[in-house]
Unconditional design. Structure first.
Ligand code: ACO
Length: 334
């Protein structure tokens, strides 16, 4: 019998501390008005000093496992998407999360696809399950982005926040529950649009690299903005066309939460109504690989996401990478 992959559950973790635009006004030359107008962001959450990416990932994952009704002993693959791993780059954050959840002796690894990480993981989980190699895959997008943000750079520090989201993807023979389609792609031509230059083999850790602040994220904001709108829109047009669907068929359009203006431009270009578009950027900022699962969790917790509802995920990020996914929510409604 054919084996399909289904999203059984969602979970998220948001750190307590809030960094508001008013707080940022005291740190860099900016204003609440400028930030809200250009990005839609009002506040973002920041992890405590002692709180690591794996701490947040483990909390989100624990909730996703609990909500899935699947015993943690039955998880056979743990995947984490992050560009802010606990360690550079060994051991993987997925291994540390597995240990924190007491899920040992399973395959576990990280991927790096920036903000597209969660949808990339969805495609990997789908492939592992459909090939029959795995049955229950735990996927996690977790970021302590504040650890690579330069809080003297007003062009980047206003955008990013910390958090984590997770889902359990399980084998099913019921096609109605199955992930319908995933398109994922990348183009390294634009690698310099979003980069954390060091430490790495190009700039190994040393005093010079720290003096030049190469350990912080650097971004060509305007160029990224334009490409994001184009890519996100094109991605949706393609996946809807491939699957003979219209934008109006989608109850939950869940785009990467980078900037309200990007989301609005994409939503308008696609003819989406406001109530179809999920928005969390105003309260979480851009949480990179955690952004999409945190947004799914938001509509799950508010009771908006029901079992069987179709979701359209759409994301882009450093690399550049981009991806879209069409899937029903196959977990129980809240
Ligand atoms: N406060 C006040 N003024 C600012 C700030 C700030 N925080 N930041 C920049 N400015 C100024 C600039 O210095 C510039 O001034 P100038 O005209 O005197 O030179 C002016 O505002 C306009 O700057 P732009 O960069 O052109 O502003 P823009 O409208 O493009 O907004 C922003 C900047 C918000 C960064 C936008 O470009 C953006 O959101 N880009 C996309 C970023 C993104 O999505 N990145 C994440 C990708 S996902 C991932 O993988 C992590």
């Amino acid at each position: 019998m054919a084996q399909y992959a289904a999203m059984r559950s969602i979970g998220a973790y948001v750190p307590k501390k809030i960094l508001s635009n008013t707080d940022l006004e005291k740190m860099v030359d900016t204003t609440d008005e400028w930030i809200v107008k250009r990005t839609g962001i009002k506040e973002r959450h920041i992890a405590a000093e002692h709180e690591s990416t794996s701490d947040m990932g483990a909390k989100a994952a624990s909730l996703a496992i609990e909500r899935s009704g699947i015993a943690k002993e039955d998880i056979d693959l743990v995947l984490c998407a992050t560009v802010t791993p606990d360690y550079f780059n060994m051991p993987s954050t997925a291994c540390i999360i597995s240990k924190k959840l007491d899920i040992t002796n399973v395959q576990a690894f990280d991927i790096s696809a920036a903000c597209s990480g969660f949808v990339y993981l969805l495609s990997i989980a789908k492939a592992f399950i459909e090939s029959g190699m795995k049955k229950n895959v735990l996927i996690i997008g977790a970021e302590k982005f504040s650890s690579i943000v330069d809080y003297t750079d007003r062009g980047t520090c206003i955008l990013f926040g910390d958090g984590a989201g997770a889902a359990v993807i399980s084998a099913t023979s019921d096609k109605k529950e199955a992930i319908v389609d995933i398109h994922a792609s990348a183009d390294g031509t634009y690698a310099d649009f979003l980069v954390t230059p060091a430490p790495g083999s190009v700039h190994p850790a040393n005093q010079k690299m720290l003096d030049k602040k190469l350990n912080f994220v650097q971004m060509k904001g305007n160029e990224t903005f334009k490409l994001a709108v184009k890519t996100l829109t094109q991605d949706v047009i393609e996946i809807l066309h491939t699957n003979n669907l219209q934008a109006s068929d989608i109850p939950h359009f869940i785009p990467h939460q980078a900037n309200y203006r990007i989301i609005k431009a994409v939503g308008d270009a696609l003819g989406m109504k406001d109530e179809q578009v999920v928005l969390t950027v105003q309260k979480y900022g851009n949480t990179s690989a955690a952004s999409i699962p945190m947004a799914i969790n938001d509509i799950y917790e508010s009771g908006r996401l029901k079992k069987g509802d179709l979701m359209l995920l759409d994301t882009f990020g450093g690399g550049l990478t981009w991806a879209s996914a069409l899937l029903p929510f196959a977990g129980a409604s809240k």
